[in-house]
Design a protein around this ligand. Structure first.
Ligand SMILES: *Cc1c(COP(=O)(O)O)cnc(C)c1O
Length: 379
């Protein structure tokens, strides 16, 4: 096969032009600072999007990054020095680093095979081993909702707070309900490669207005209402800028369009690769993923190495990426505990046999067919 001239990327931002109107308004009003009407607008519009036809309340806080939102969620959940937090192992490091910011200790939980997310049985086993654990942080990997009924049941049984890292899964639903709204706290990310972007940014989600207000105060240097700068707590500079919030408002209009295009890419891979000894990243029938990244898993016992596939595709100018390397395998978390109900950890196995495929919504059918042919040539 001959290398394509234009690189086929994993996922890049897709702008539509209407974002500029919101940015222009910020410039016209000279409102370039953090906070402002675009931040307020983005918060209100995301709240409305997440709630859709559901009953209840949804409060949001626009922040400088999804990681900042995760940090404030840890603080709201009351994580303190030496507290154990039960965490998804196979995820991006940003899911679990904020535990350390507060001095907590991660215990990592294995994945299950049906969604690649936190295994409810392993979570139950972890609570039996660490009955003092009061906080769980779970990620919906690659936009695929986790087994929420089972996870929520285990959390409820042990009276634990669930933090849902929906950084990759904005617009994905489980039994019709949006990811990010199941836990006491939810987090989304608008980083450059996510399904919609503000270039960089994130959001905290909670049904509790008082918690939202508390996080707002922390995110603005913990200023007390006084005529002078008065501080009773340590604060952070975590607010989103009014300029980038405008990008998000323009993007949000296209969220469902992006989701439909991502789903189409996934289905084309599934169909195009069906004769190979591989499967696509799985999901539950009762869920509707956003298909942020399409991933393939090479069948057990097939003598094809994912890193070789990655190298070969890279030579053809196609970008792929390994599955998130589990956190319990990372040098920075050496010696931290890991809980699995299997002899051979599921997440280690998925990491060894899985690969993220180009999932950019600007990818043409011809380009995707080229990727499919390139993968076929590796087998
Ligand atoms: C991107 C991502 C984050 C972090 O979001 P930022 O906005 O980049 O800080 C957290 N968790 C997961 C699973 C992510 O993919």
């Amino acid at each position: 096969m001959k290398r394509v001239e234009k690189r086929i990327p994993l996922a890049t931002p897709t702008m539509h032009g209407n974002e500029m109107a919101f940015i222009k308004e910020a410039f016209d009003k000279n409102w370039i600072a953090p906070l402002g009407f675009n931040c307020d607008g983005l918060e209100a519009e995301i709240s409305q999007y997440l709630l859709q036809n559901e009953e209840g309340e949804c409060h949001t806080l626009a922040l400088s990054a999804g990681t900042a939102a995760l940090h404030l969620a840890m603080k709201l959940a009351g994580v303190k020095r030496n507290d154990i937090v039960l965490c998804t192992s196979m995820t991006f490091s940003a899911t679990v680093n904020p535990v350390s910011y507060e001095g907590g200790v991660q215990v990592f939980i294995d994945s299950e095979r049906d969604t690649w997310n936190m295994c409810p049985k392993a979570l139950e086993k972890a609570f039996e081993k660490y009955p003092s654990a009061k906080v769980v942080v779970l990620a919906h990997l690659y936009g695929t909702p986790a087994k929420m009924d089972e996870i929520l049941e285990v959390c409820k049984k042990h009276n634990a707070i669930l933090i849902e890292d929906a950084a990759e899964s904005l617009s994905a639903t489980y039994k019709g309900k949006q990811t990010g709204t199941f836990g006491k706290y939810g987090v989304i990310s608008f980083n450059g490669n996510k399904i919609i972007t503000t270039s960089g940014g994130g959001m905290l989600i909670t049904s509790n207005k008082a918690d939202r207000d508390k996080a707002f105060k922390w995110s603005t240097q913990s200023r007390e209402p006084a005529p002078w700068y008065q501080h009773e707590e340590i604060g952070y500079n975590y607010r989103m800028s009014n300029v980038v919030a405008g990008i998000g408002r323009g993007q949000l209009v296209y969220l469902d369009d992006h989701k439909a295009k991502k789903a189409k890419i996934y289905k084309r891979y599934k169909d195009g690769l069906k004769d190979l000894p591989i499967t696509m990243n799985p999901y539950l029938e009762e869920s509707d993923p956003n298909f942020w990244l399409s991933c393939m898993l090479i069948d057990n016992g097939v003598n094809v190495d994912t890193i070789d596939v990655m190298k070969k595709l890279n030579d053809l100018n196609i970008e792929t990426r390994p599955i998130w390397k589990p956190m319990h395998m990372q040098p920075v978390f050496k010696g931290y505990h890991f809980i699995s109900v299997e002899d051979k950890p599921v997440c280690e196995d998925i990491f060894a046999r899985g690969l993220c495929l180009p999932s950019d919504i600007k990818m043409t059918e011809e380009e995707q067919d080229f990727v499919i042919e390139a993968i076929k040539s590796c087998f």
